[in-house]
Design a binder for this molecule. Structure first.
Ligand code: G1P
Length: 303
């Protein structure tokens, strides 16, 4: 396999309409829905920054300007907080916000909902040379080190051009995910790396080649953009990232990576609730609330 250089760019596809969360997403982008007090997009940005990503490319939609307002620094808001004696809050906002020119941030648009593959293709003119990461913010992955950090570490020696985060799902769940056709017979299949000879988008359980599902973290060889540009619509009539990845397997190779963190499907209401309960159970501030609902906190209540 070709040696491809460092992963410098992360692409955040955030143009989707969020119809599963209506009416909450009528005026608020789904990426700004919070788990406790932190919007999903913030977890994704923090994960990318911790992984040493240089450039962040957001593929958004003109109706979702609030994402940019959240992501970028708001000096007036911070000054106002300072003036009101809330220096701690102002400092916390300063730490997580992005600002130019210090941070390399690009917003671009996907005007039509033509699929995840099309969204990634919209970032093409903005990526730095070399492989690129893709982060889907509604797959919240909690853990230390972050999922993208782990993947970038492994990518350097994995010997495949495409690396995707993977986890095992129940047989009846395969229709919700890209599913890997894993090549577990090879010598390369070891530990947390699953070489794959194929990948299919949302197969029926009876047609699924395995139960290794792809979740929303990808490190992709730069050739993905040529494959996406040539990609015909697939499942659901959309241009699928899965199909373009599958097309490159013979040329650059593909492996799944079993990350160590815990993944929450925050594209679903149940997943959002799970993520909220998970974080609440680790914070003594919410111990009493959890007990009120018959749930045991995982940390001692605040004294
Ligand atoms: C997308 C991808 C799918 C992947 C999933 C992970 O599907 O198309 O291959 O398994 O994200 O969350 P979506 O959930 O956007 O329908």
């Amino acid at each position: 396999m070709t040696k491809t250089g460092p992963v410098r760019t992360a692409i955040f596809p955030v143009a989707g309409l969020g119809s599963r969360f209506l009416p909450a997403t009528k005026a608020t982008p789904k990426e700004l829905l919070p788990v406790i007090d932190t919007p999903l997009i913030q977890y994704a940005i923090d994960e990318a920054k911790a992984a040493g990503i240089e450039r962040l490319v957001f593929v958004s939609h003109p109706s979702k300007a609030a994402i940019e307002r959240h992501v970028m620094d708001d000096a007036a808001l911070r000054a106002d907080l300072q003036a009101r004696g809330k220096a701690g809050l102002a400092a916390a906002l300063a730490e997580t916000a992005l600002r130019t020119p210090e941070d390399d941030v690009i917003f671009t648009f996907q005007h039509q909902p033509l699929g995840l593959g099309h969204a990634v293709l919209c970032a093409r003119d903005h990526v730095l040379p070399g492989p690129a990461a893709v982060i889907l913010p509604d797959d919240l992955i909690l853990g230390e080190p972050g999922c993208l950090s782990e993947m970038i570490d492994v990518y350097a020696t994995a010997g495949t051009g495409h690396l995707v985060a993977t986890m095992e799902v129940a047989a009846q769940e395969t229709g919700k995910y890209g599913i890997l056709d894993t090549d577990t017979g090879t010598a390369a299949a070891q530990g947390r790396l699953f070489p794959a000879r194929g990948m299919v988008e949302k197969p029926n359980p009876k047609d699924a080649p395995s139960r290794h599902a792809v979740v929303g973290r990808y490190v992709l060889d730069a050739s993905i953009f040529d494959d996406l540009a040539a990609q015909a619509p697939g499942a659901g009539g959309e241009i699928q990232l899965t199909d373009a990845i599958a097309k490159g397997i013979d040329r650059v190779g593909l492996a799944g990576f079993a990350f160590s963190g815990t993944r929450f499907d925050c594209g679903s209401k149940a997943g959002m609730l799970r993520a909220t309960l998970h974080l609440a159970s680790q914070d003594p501030e919410y111990a009493e609330v959890l007990e009120d609902y018959g749930l045991a906190p995982r940390v001692a209540p605040a004294a």
